[in-house]
Design a protein around this ligand. Structure first.
Ligand SMILES: [Ca+2]
Ligand SMILES: [Ca+2]
Ligand SMILES: [Ca+2]
Length: 247
């Protein structure tokens, strides 16, 4: 082998690991450039609701100014479902990461036992006297809105540290059946609210009556029960005594 040929051969051998490294790097870059679907990651699901028997998808789902029946199996975090005026009925059967709006009218909201209102999810009854029947996972925000509303959490439901059940304006009723353990927050806010937690308020749970003469009843309190301003009537059967209530 001539000297020149020997040098060329040596250079080729030295180049092989470098080429292999380059090829490996290119393969990684190519893989990263592939659409998520090609790598087996599930595609982002779209919101799915049926409004008066007609399917609606997308980020804005609306009812009519009259009474609507809206059934949703999935509401993604970018979606607003607004039933507008009228006495509307919502049936939520799957994950709710987005916002549900009742608008004017006496609306009903049912969160089924298969559903999850996630920490991102938010249901607002808005004006008039709204009713909420909550089973399943109640991990996000439920707001009664203006006027006297009724928020019921049924046995078998679960709550979490970001749960926020708020009556808002009006004399509201908020009731949590036993043996549900309340994590997170219940707030009556203004006016004379009635709040019952038949089971347990957990150590990370808080019940606040807010302004108005509230009536608060709790089974076991491991967290905070606070009547807030005005003359409140509070009963706690076991655990930490209530504060901010009349003796
Ligand atoms: Ca409507
Ligand atoms: Ca309403
Ligand atoms: Ca209210």
């Amino acid at each position: 082998m001539s000297y020149a040929a020997h040098r060329t051969a040596l250079r080729r051998i030295r180049c092989i690991p470098l080429l292999r490294r380059r090829a490996a790097r290119l393969a990684v870059v190519a893989a990263l450039a592939l659409p998520a679907v090609a790598l087996g990651t599930p595609a982002h699901a779209a919101s799915s609701c049926v409004v008066n028997d007609v399917a609606q998808t997308g980020t804005i789902i609306t009812g009519t100014p009259q009474a609507d029946v809206i059934v949703c199996s999935f509401v993604d975090s970018a979606t607003v479902v607004d039933s507008l005026g009228g006495d509307d009925t919502f049936i939520l059967t799957g994950t709710v990461d987005g916002r549900i709006r009742g608008g004017d009218g006496n609306d009903r909201f049912a969160l089924s036992s298969t559903a999850e209102l996630s920490e991102l999810g938010d249901i607002d009854g808005q004006r008039d006297q709204d009713g909420f029947d909550l089973s399943g996972k109640v991990l996000g925000t439920v707001r009664g809105g203006q006027d006297a509303d009724r928020i019921l959490v049924y046995q078998g439901a679960t709550t979490g540290p970001r749960t926020d059940l708020r009556g808002a304006k009006g004399a509201d009723e908020i009731a949590v059946e036993a043996p549900v353990v309340l994590h997170g927050l219940i707030e009556g806010v203004e006016e004379d609210d009635r709040i019952t937690v038949a089971g347990t308020v957990a150590s990370d749970g808080t019940v606040l009556g807010g302004a108005g003469q509230d009536d608060i009843q709790v089974g076991t309190n491991l967290g905070v029960v606070d009547g807030g301003p005005d003359a409140d009537h509070c009963t706690v059967a076991a655990g930490n005594p209530p504060v901010g209530c009349d003796p």
